[in-house]
Ligand binder design. Sequence first.
Ligand code: MG
Length: 274
Amino acid sequence: MQIGVINSITNGGRCFEHVSQFGLHVCQLCSWDMAHCTREIAATVQREANMAGVRICAMWSGVPGPAEWNFAKGPVTLGLVPPEYRASRVAALKQWADFAAWIGAPAIITHCGFIPENMTDPEFRPVVAAIRDIATHCKKLGLEFWFETGQETPVVLLRTIEQVGTGNLGINLDPANLLMYGKGNPIDALDVFGTYVRNIHIKDGVCPTNGCDLGHEKPIGEGKVNFPLFMCRLKETGFDGDLIIEREISGDQQIKDIRHTIDYLRTLDPTIKG
Ligand code: MG
């Protein structure tokens, strides 16, 4: 296991100081701006990552259109579930897959949205078909398609992976998201989909306390993930992938919290690299 951090594309792709400042050598590159999805920026990213000695373990791929991170509007704005945005987002994710191939990243990651809990829901099959379309494109490029956890229960994610069935599917497990969306417990979730977990977001959080808003993100160790037990269970599943720190705040406090998280992980398990 190796520690990394989420790194947004900024400055035309000259953005790896954000990783190097922590002494880290792994990142998930992230963008929600399709204007970044060009050969020119890909070439800059590849050159700058090489110069900084940073490995890009996945391309976290945002999609165009609205995104509301709550229970009121989330189901009709997020991912591939809202029918009115589906086609444009399938196209966007194929473009990000092309970009991932250009920069030598092995996978794209995205939120697929509030995938219906009930597989007889009329929207379940079309969502599966849309994911299959993208995953097939990824497969042709030698890439995997990884689901960011959050908006669906663990068994729904497992079922979706089975139904898509392209063989190049994995999970970017964000343990805080499972709690913040009230969709499950990340430790128990490993029993359901553990074999599909490829990367981890190291993020903490708490459960929702009303029916409309997500639970809050917290600094590492202050939420309900229970990282000591989570990391133990993760090892038992045979996980040996990257541990990507995600702290969804900005400014000096984000930098401080990322440094603290690196120390926290090393204390938890001195064998972790990075
Ligand atoms: Mg995440």
